[in-house]
Design a protein around this ligand. Structure first.
Ligand code: ADP
Ligand code: MG
Length: 323
């Protein structure tokens, strides 16, 4: 059974790369790292009922399992190359595997990534992906380079995925007056996040620090502040919102979803203010856009302020697994 499932995955997740010396089928893959490059390696696990609802569409799960890993590579400024897939399945469900592989392959092919191995076991549904990316030596974006005086930016828009989760329940969405087309757009962002790979690469040599927003903007920029030994000041009114989020909610709720909702998979980064024009132009050309949302200051922690410079309190700065 296990062998047949691996065959199904391999047949669907095609994508040849000249740097794969040996792919699926041996005890380990053999991969050729080009000269003058470093390997960026990351792994992320999705657990049913925690990272996606039980009964979620298999293709969406496949897409998201890869997307969250490519997002980590994007945050490093790395070009995705090879991935490994560890699948734990409650049963040998060929229909689930086919659906999963179709969503996984769809995103793989968008980024020219090759699936080079993995593991298939029985147990409660969980998906582990390990992704490898390439970055010219010394050019990776890190969390520890933010400097006092830098501007802080974010790609795309914030809060959609968290809003999608909030209004996953259709009856609740109706009660809250969320129109069906906005709800559909928010759900789509929750189910199929877009890893900002091209943006990360464009920010090599430009961003002083970078992180992808998975747990929530304030919580994630908190890691940048800590690693860089600086403070970060964010302007609530400047946080970018999609038309769907604007239509669905306003005020405190919208700000909470944007600042603390999580699952956005946008890139939050710092850069010297002199790079602002380049950043706005370049990222607009790449389709995601970027917004200046704050600045790096002396001190510690992340402070969110309103238009009158008063602190905005958040009930919960971000998602925590063991809280
Ligand atoms: P081993 O027992 O040597 O670990 P396996 O039987 O687990 O080998 O896997 C056989 C081959 O199939 C290996 O090359 C492994 O990398 C690959 N493989 C197993 N599961 C997956 C999966 N879910 N996705 C991609 N490749 C897989
Ligand atoms: Mg194995």
């Amino acid at each position: 059974m296990e062998f047949a499932l691996i065959e199904r995955i391999r047949d669907r997740c095609t994508g040849a790369r000249a740097d794969v010396v040996l792919g699926i089928g041996d005890d380990a893959a053999l991969l050729r790292v080009p000269a003058a490059h470093e390997l960026a390696v990351t792994t992320d696990t999705l657990v049913a009922g925690v990272h996606f609802p039980h009964g979620a569409d298999a293709a969406d799960i496949g897409w998201k399992a890869l997307a969250v890993n490519l997002s980590d590579l994007a945050a490093m400024g790395a070009m995705p190359a090879w991935v490994l897939l560890a699948l734990t399945l409650p049963q040998a469900d060929a229909a689930f595997v086919d659906g999963f592989a179709s969503g996984f392959a769809e995103l793989m092919q968008l980024h020219g990534v090759a699936l080079v191995g993995g593991d298939t076991t029985g147990g409660p549904l969980a998906i582990g992906v390990t992704a490898h990316g390439l970055v010219p030596t010394g050019c990776a974006l890190r969390r520890d380079g933010a400097q006092v005086g830098d501007a802080v930016f974010v790609t795309g828009t914030l809060g959609d995925a968290a809003a999608g989760l909030r209004w996953l329940d259709e009856a609740r969405a109706r009660r809250d007056g969320v129109d069906p087309s906005s709800r559909a757009a928010l759900l789509q962002r929750m189910r199929r996040p877009t890893p900002r790979v091209a943006a990360g690469i464009a920010l090599r040599g430009i961003a002083s620090a970078c992180i992808d927003v998975s747990d929530g903007l304030v919580a994630d920029l908190g890691h940048v502040a800590r690693r860089s030994a600086v403070g970060i000041r964010l302007h609530a009114a400047q946080l970018p919102a999609s038309p769907a989020l604007r239509a669905a909610c306003a005020g405190e709720l919208r700000i909470a979803l944007q600042a603390a909702g999580g699952d956005d998979y946008e890139l939050a980064f710092s850069a010297p203010p002199a790079h602002e024009d380049f950043i706005l132009r370049e990222l607009a050309a790449l389709g995601c856009g970027a917004t200046r949302i704050g600045s790096v200051v002396a001190g510690s922690g992340v402070q969110l302020v309103d238009a009158a410079d008063r602190p905005v309190a958040l009930a919960q700065p971000g998602w925590e697994h063991f809280a």
